[in-house]
Each structure stands twice: as C-alpha cells, then as structure tokens.
Design a protein around this ligand. Structure first.
Ligand code: COA
Length: 185
C-alpha cells in the first residue's frame, strides 16, 4: 500500500481521552446504520450517561487492557474498532465499523492491522471475534486478514434468533515479514 498515492489517506490511531463525544457519535452512528452487525443496540448505547463514554475513551486511549482505534481521513472519522485483552489469553476484536461511503477502500483492513499489532505488543496469543452468520462482508474481510472459523457458534445478544460465528487468527511475531523471504532451490 502506498498511502501517498491514495486520494484520501487514512490515519489509523488510538482514540484520545478527550475525544469521548466523537467516539459516542461514531459508535451511535454505527449502531444506527448497521443494527444487525453488533451485539449491542442503538437504544441501549444512546441511554448511556456521559461518564460511560468518558471511561471508554480514557480506557481506549490508555491501551493497557483495551485499545480503541479510529480511522481518520480528510472526511473526518470514518471508522473504528475496539481491542481488549480476554481471560483466555487472546485479544478480542469488537465494534468494527466503517462509514458506508468510505467502504471498500481498505479502511477496515487497516483497522484490523492495528488490532493485530496491539495484540502482539500486549503478548496475546491470538485475536478472536464473532461475526453474525448473515454478515458476509465482515466474514470476507476477516477471512482476507487471516482469520478462520473456529466452529464456535453463539446467539447474537441483539438478535438471539441469529447465530454468531467465532473467527480467530494467531498472533505470531513473524507473520508479516517486512523483507521478502529468500527462497531456496
Ligand atoms: C465489514 C466492514 C467493516 C468492511 O469495511 P471496509 O472498510 O469496507 O473493508 P475493506 O475495504 O478494508 O475490505 C478489505 C477486504 O475485505 C473484503 N470485503 C470487505 N467488504 C466486503 C464486501 N461487502 N463483500 C465482499 N468482501 C468484502 C474484501 O476482501 C476486501 O478487499 P477488496 O476490497 O480488495 O476486495 C464494513 O462493511 C462495515 O462497517 N459493515 C457494517 C458493520 C459490520 O459488519 N462490522 C463487523 C462486525 S463483526
């Protein structure tokens, strides 16, 4: 990828503690635009007090147990994702969302890369996530980034009649070599 050639370069960076209003706006827009993709609902998140968003932005900025990344272009905030350390030694990936007009430009792929890099830095064994079983775009996205289905299926809290499928990829230290491999023979 050559970001300088892209008409709209995307900057993926951690949310800052003071940006809780922007974070709330983006997350509510995600829940409103794609209600079928998430475990939570717009109604539930819209009822949170400001203190909830302040805490989320602070924790997402601190980056110890959790990290929230935002994707920013000239058009403003175009996407987000949340990473959090889980009890089983993996990092979980949650709340992945890209503004509809910014889709198919590699923004989600860049957000996944940021989560994987953070998970590696935090010494997680892998990254795991759940995809609604009717969410083909998300399954394709994560499949293209090295995630595979684990076989675990659970109900989606916001739509219990729909299942979610778990996907996971290991986090190795050397999966994305910066130099070409030297082939023998
Ligand atoms: C899923 C989603 C995050 C993808 O965001 P995006 O920025 O458009 O994805 P990218 O441009 O980085 O796509 C990377 C790759 O993923 C796959 N992909 C992404 N969207 C796809 C789609 N609609 N159909 C098929 N493949 C898709 C492709 O392989 C794509 O590479 P390509 O464009 O070179 O073919 C976005 O559609 C979205 O926000 N959907 C609603 C919320 C959601 O479903 N979140 C995930 C919850 S688990």
């Amino acid at each position: 990828v050559a970001p300088v050639d892209h008409p709209e370069p995307v900057n993926v960076r951690p949310v800052r503690a003071g940006e809780w209003r922007d974070l709330r706006a983006l997350r509510l827009r995600a829940l409103e635009t794609d209600p079928g993709a998430f475990g939570s609902t717009f109604a539930k998140a819209a009822a949170y007090p400001d203190s909830e968003w302040i805490e989320r932005a602070e924790a997402g900025d601190a980056g110890e147990q959790t990290r929230t990344f935002v994707a920013v272009t000239d058009q403003g905030w175009q996407g987000m994702v949340i990473a959090a350390l889980l009890d089983d030694g993996d990092a979980g990936l949650f709340g992945m969302w890209v503004e509809p007009r910014g889709r198919r430009a590699g923004i989600a792929a860049a957000l996944v890369d940021a989560v994987v890099a953070w998970a590696r830095e935090r010494r997680a064994a892998g990254v795991s996530l759940s995809v609604a079983e009717d969410n083909m775009a998300a399954a394709a996205l994560f499949g293209s980034k090295g995630f595979a289905f684990t076989g675990e299926r659970r109900p989606l809290p916001s739509r219990p009649e729909v299942g979610t499928l778990e996907m996971r990829r290991p986090v190795g230290g050397s999966e994305e070599p910066t130099r070409p491999r030297i082939e023998n023979g």
